[in-house]
Write a protein that binds this ligand. Structure first.
Ligand SMILES: Nc1ncnc2c1ncn2[C@@H]1O[C@H](COP(=O)(O)OP(=O)(O)OP(=O)(O)O)[C@@H](O)[C@H]1O
Length: 292
């Protein structure tokens, strides 16, 4: 097995579709951490994930997974990678017993004990056909399979979307358990920023095919803030400091990216902490600068 510092290294990947370009995307996911990959519908999350898994061919750039080149060493790398998508990749006529038989032939390190252990924990039936599973059951089944072949990297595209809060919380706990092993890493795309507020170590935010922010979640949350001001005060704010501003009848809420400096520059102004959701919404509206 390779020695590596970052479980995922993406440098300058570009993928062009008619009407959409994934544009020079770069970010790293440090080994032993969980990164949340956020962005609105159509921002390019699935395209990035499919490109890194080599499901979609990139036009340019370099990708390393667990120290392996994602194209040249794809077969070797994929032994140690598990991917979870928002749709179950197994035939509806199969059941858990059949999947155990199939996956033990595919993965050298498949553990039936681990797999059936997760099924019991999730209260998933072994003989029921997947066609009769609910969305939550299908997702739990995919996660059980993903975590049963000693994968070092778990890549998930919208795995918790569409699940109720109880199931989501149960699944997030399992991810945190998985991360107890410091060789394990997770990249998880989601719209549900509150899930990432809870579990992510770092966050990458993509908008219209471009990376807006990538870094440790605590740094991002510590540096950004929402400055609340009256209409008159708003006129005096340096445009350089404004990412975008939500205008209301009384004044404006302004997202700023250097809370410490703005607290001195606009002394007396109230600056609230920004959530990941705030950050996403204000950045998405940055081209408009002002919005309601
Ligand atoms: N095979 C394809 N051919 C042409 N365009 C595509 C293809 N796949 C994706 N796109 C386009 O690329 C853009 C980004 O889509 P992508 O699925 O990566 O976004 P996303 O961030 O995952 O969105 P969502 O959260 O809705 O799943 C969209 O405009 C989409 O129409």
């Amino acid at each position: 097995m390779n020695d590596y510092e970052n479980a995922i290294e993406i440098k300058g990947i570009t993928k062009r579709y008619d009407g959409f370009t994934l544009d020079n995307v770069s970010f790293d996911v440090p080994k032993g951490s969980i990164m949340g990959f956020i962005g609105q519908n159509g921002a390019g999350k699935t395209t990035t994930i499919n490109t890194l898994l080599n499901i979609v061919k990139k036009d340019a750039g370099e990708i390393k997974l667990l120290g392996f080149d994602h194209e040249k060493d794809e077969f070797e790398a994929k032994k140690y990678i598990a991917a979870v998508f928002d749709e179950l990749p197994f035939d509806d006529r199969l059941n858990a017993i059949a999947i155990d038989k199939i996956l033990r032939e595919i993965y050298e390190e498949w553990s039936a004990d681990t797999f059936f252990g997760y099924l019991d924990r999730f209260a998933l039936p072994r003989k029921k056909k997947f066609g009769k599973f609910s969305k939550g059951m299908k997702m739990k089944l995919q996660i059980a399979a993903a975590l049963s072949h000693n994968a070092k990297l778990l890549v998930m595209d919208e795995a918790t979307t569409g699940l109720d809060p109880v199931v989501r919380s149960e699944i997030l706990d399992i991810f945190l358990e998985y991360l107890q092993n410091e060789e394990h890493t997770i990249l998880m795309s989601s719209h549900i920023t509150s899930d990432l507020d809870k579990v992510a170590d770092s966050v990458t935010f993509i908008d219209k095919g471009k990376i807006m922010i990538s870094g440790y979640k605590d740094d991002i949350l510590d540096t950004h803030g929402v400055l609340k001001c009256t209409k008159n005060e708003y006129k005096d704010i340096d445009p350089e400091d404004i990412i975008s501003a939500r205008i209301n009848d009384f004044g404006a809420d302004v997202l700023i990216s250097d809370r410490a400096r703005c607290a001195v520059k606009y002394s007396g102004a109230v600056i609230d902490r920004a959530s990941l959701e705030d950050i996403m919404i204000y950045y998405v509206n940055r081209a408009k600068k002002e919005w309601r």
